[in-house]
Design a protein around this ligand. Structure first.
Ligand code: HAM
Length: 416
């Protein structure tokens, strides 16, 4: 009896073949855009102390309440597979004393994240995000620059996305607003979904996110946070909007925009694409001026975003970075394996992309394989003699000493 086959866990996937080259393009474009704007790459660990997310992301969020992969390690510590990247980046900023550097410190990442969510197209349990965080300045130009960079990345990758924008103000204005919203929700309690009713005290803002018909209709007449902003926050938001207009960035102010994480203050935004169906959020983020202090650091402003790589791939059309087609395919028959191996090594040290026959196919099979790989030349090595065959341009064939074949290919490629 054969052993049962194993599958990748639900909500996870393997990255294969062309997919990995398309992802490499996304990464290369992100790197070019973000490093060109002064962002430095950061890698943080896959596992973090559970407390980082409980404190950073917020105890009342879906992420912390039901989506974290948490384990206890051999030393009894509670660790969690990172569900997002902002809290880890802030932890690293504090841990490495980055507040002593010139501000803002700009950091970017492309990593995988983990959330125990209901898996479906565009929503996975292990997914990849590209993210950018700018720490240490509350200047509205930081917000605008950050948003414009994500807009540029999405445009370059062929993602057709709409930008929605709002401001959540300061924690003080939010508290004042929350009370008004709670009063409104209690007045309409009978038409609300059970989930929203259960969260009136803990997280009333999430009511704006609900798909429930009764809740949606109650929310149409709900007070809007934007009307409760303090003067400084309103001026900050107006400046962000003006800078985006200056950059000719199209956006819609959407006061019902809420994000699933608790750390936001002031600017929040989301890029959505109609090409995605239910999971329409391609990327989003905002300001989190209280997060670094919440994690034990000095009071530090922060602004950033993350975009899902799988959603970019679903909604966009990033070009595959050409798979390396071989300049030369080293074919061999009989007992010429070692001589062929020598040609392979010599070709690679001369800077050619080279592949060798590795499956002991018939000569016909080998030529077929070289054709499938798109090889330009095939060297059919037979000990001291080699037949060099041009796979394009009329199929020239020429017999030569095996020791000269790499030179012959280099010369021909140079003369092309
Ligand atoms: P988020 O909105 O939770 O924000 O995630 C950002 C993006 O990650 C989403 O727009 C979506 O494209 C992708 N994403 C999220 N969950 C999944 C999933 N289960 N499967 C596939 N893709 C997913 C954050 O994570 C914040 N840390 C963003 C941020 C950075 N805010 C400030 N700085």
């Amino acid at each position: 009896m054969s052993a049962p086959k194993l599958k990748a866990p639900r909500g996870t996937f393997d990255v294969l073949g062309e997919q990995s080259t398309v992802r490499a393009t996304v990464e290369a474009r992100a790197r070019a855009i973000l490093e060109g704007a002064g962002y430095e790459r950061i890698e943080t660990p896959t596992l973090e102390a559970t407390e980082l997310f409980a404190r950073g992301v917020g105890a009342s969020t879906d992420i912390v309440q039901k989506e974290m992969y948490t384990l206890t390690d051999g030393g009894g510590r509670s660790l969690t597979l990172r569900p997002e990247g902002t809290a880890p980046v802030c932890r690293a900023y504090v841990e490495h004393g980055m507040h002593k550097r010139p501000q803002p410190v700009k950091l970017w990442y492309l990593s995988s994240f983990f959330r125990y969510e209901r898996a479906q197209a565009g929503r996975y349990r292990q997914f990849w995000q590209v993210g950018a965080e700018a720490l240490g300045s509350e200047d509205p130009a930081v917000d605008a620059e950050s948003i414009v960079l994500l807009g540029a990345l999405l445009a370059e990758l062929g993602v057709n996305a709409r930008l929605r924008l709002s401001s959540l103000g300061s924690p003080a204005s939010r508290t004042r607003y929350r009370e008004h919203l709670q009063t409104h929700l209690r007045e309409h309690e009978a038409s609300l979904s059970e989930e929203v009713r259960g969260r009136i005290d803990l997280n009333p803002l999430r009511a704006f996110d609900s798909d429930h018909e009764g809740t949606k209709s109650a929310m149409r007449s709900a007070p809007r946070l934007l009307d409760y902003l303090e003067d400084e926050d309103r001026a900050h938001f107006e400046e962000v909007c003006a800078l985006l207009s200056e950059a000719e960035m199209l956006y819609a102010v959407d006061p019902s925009l809420v994000r699933g994480l608790d750390y936001y203050t002031r600017t929040v935004f989301e890029f959505t694409s109609e090409d995605l169906g239910a999971q329409s959020g391609v990327g989003g983020g905002g300001r989190y001026d209280g997060l670094v202090a919440e994690l034990g650091g000095p009071p530090t402003a922060g602004m950033g975003w993350a975009a899902g790589i799988e959603r970019i791939l679903l909604a966009g059309s990033p070009p595959a970075s050409g798979t390396a087609t071989p300049d030369i395919y080293v074919s061999w028959t009989g007992s010429a394996r070692r001589a062929a191996f020598g040609v392979l090594r010599e070709a690679r040290s001369a800077g050619l992309t080279a592949q060798m026959e590795l499956a002991n196919r018939s000569l016909k099979g080998q030529l077929g394989q070289a054709g499938k790989m798109g090889a330009r030349y095939v060297a059919i090595v037979d000990e001291a003699e080699t037949m060099l065959k041009d796979m394009q341009g009329g199929g020239m064939q020429e017999k030569m000493a095996t020791g000269t074949v790499v030179h012959a290919v280099l010369r021909r490629l140079r003369d092309l």
